[in-house]
Ligand binder design. Sequence first.
Ligand code: DX5
Ligand code: ZN
Length: 215
Amino acid sequence: MKCLSPSILSADYGNLSEALRLIDEAGAQYVHVDVMDGHFVPNITIGPVVVECIRPLTDRILDVHLMIENPEKYIHSFVKAGADIITVHAEACPHLDHTINMIKDEGILAGVAINPATPLSAIEYVLRKVDMVLIMTVNPGFGGQELIPYTVDKVCELKGMLTKKGIKTDIEVDGGITLDNVADVLDAGANIIVSGSSVFKGDISDNVRRFLDLM
Ligand code: DX5
Ligand code: ZN
């Protein structure tokens, strides 16, 4: 299934309830929550307390993207706060297999993310264990960047790998996805589309509807 996961990183943090209402009403299926710690990535954003506050405001899938070091320390807190999917970066997990087990043991969905320059081989052996693979299409840390073209080839390669192995894992893309390039990543095999600035800049409801029309 193809789904839109608007990233609230680009929303007005002072008025998240309105942002959530608009994206829900326009039909977005997920809410993408970017968690940054100032170590794994240069920026700092939000923690479990904010996830706990937004949980009662939406019944959509809370798609929590951890761009933090030592993510295993915080998995339980984000689950308690209401996350439906937790995605960790392979680059931040020396014991990736174990970290994925920790997420699954909490009874929620597990995702694994890789940065643009990280090869697919870094996650090849865990593809059967995860519910979603997140291919970063920009270097993580900030919204509003331009998609790095070679990451689209990587999505294609991942799709081929999954098909060959007979695995039905979701492929999420994150960073620089716009109304102009969303067709390219969908064609490459992605089915969960994260978009921050292209959803929250301008008319939010209209932007969501326009994305969904292209999906
Ligand atoms: C980047 C974040 C993204 C970001 C995407 O580090 O992981 O989720 O919010 O924003 P846009 O769509 O503006 O590139
Ligand atoms: Zn993200």
